[in-house]
Design a protein around this ligand. Structure first.
Ligand code: ARG
Length: 269
């Protein structure tokens, strides 16, 4: 009888020991980096060099860019593995709402409307809008767009800017919302649209690789910065924002700005 009890006690003890060792290992993996840590999924619209684009030059088809470098730095410092998902810009907010992605980095601007559906980190980069058109068009102000066919990326603040020009300035633009920036550039080159509203650093890259195009910067009407977006109430928001804040403080973001924004990045033609 006593022997049996002793045996049971030994089994119980070793089971407990195994469980506690396993839990300790798990805790370790969550805290550290490398294999076994939690994978977080970032959704982006990789049509936006130098923020995010598919690296076709190396043949790897990897998504790279300013946002991707920031995401890699934050996730590695927090001990997460990073997975990137490429979807159209217009689907990004709903990818967060349906929890198909843990966060979005896509040069996304925090707007009051988006803030109703998702949470944002602090802003890490400020941009301006430009008018992109064929060489010689000379559209220097938004008034010059009166009555023109103008493309914008669907679901972006640029679409909002175009709508405001019609509502507030009565410019009578024929607005063409398209899913991807590449399509906008193609439509412009083919003469099917007369202009597009695109953010400055992105416009610069596309114009450099398409000498038949030009761009002119226009004053910002509303918000224009980029921030990281999260599903409402996500536990990632606070820790990501903290590391992002440190990266702004210690010059890491500045370093990445000069890495990606001062040299020409090969934009798709
Ligand atoms: N900043 C603009 C916005 O939030 C445009 C961003 C477009 N981003 C992209 N990856 N295509 O609406």
């Amino acid at each position: 009888m006593f022997k049996r009890f002793k045996f049971l006690l030994t089994v119980l003890f070793s089971t407990l020991l195994t469980i506690s060792v396993m839990t300790a290992c798990n805790a370790n993996q969550n805290a550290g980096s490398g294999s076994g840590s939690r994978t977080v999924t970032m959704a982006t619209s990789a049509d936006y060099p130098p923020y995010e684009y598919v690296d076709s030059s190396s043949g790897s088809q990897e998504i790279i860019g300013f946002d991707v470098d920031i995401a890699k730095e934050i996730t590695s410092r927090l001990g997460y593995d990073l997975q990137i998902q490429n979807i159209d810009f217009n689907g990004l907010v709903s990818a967060l709402q349906t929890k198909r992605a843990d966060f979005v980095m896509a040069g996304m601007t925090p707007t009051p409307e988006r803030k109703q559906s998702v949470d944002f980190s602090r802003i890490y980069y400020e941009a301006k809008n430009t008018i992109v058109a064929r060489q010689g068009s000379n559209f220097r102000t938004t008034d010059a767009l009166k009555g023109k066919t103008v493309a914008v990326q669907l679901g972006t603040i640029q679409e909002g800017v175009a709508k405001d020009l019609n509502e507030e300035k009565n410019l009578g633009l024929n607005i063409k919302p398209l899913n991807r920036i590449n399509e906008i550039i193609q439509e412009l080159k083919a003469g099917r649209i007369e202009a597009a509203i695109v953010e400055d650093t992105v416009a610069k890259g596309y114009v450099e690789s398409n000498p038949d195009l030009e761009f002119n910067t226009i004053p910002n009407a509303g918000e224009a910065g980029s921030a990281i977006a999260f599903p409402k109430g996500s536990e990632l928001t606070a820790e990501f924002d903290r590391v992002l804040g440190e990266m702004i403080e210690n010059g890491k973001v500045e370093e990445l700005v000069s890495k990606w924004f001062s040299t020409s990045v090969p934009a798709a033609k």
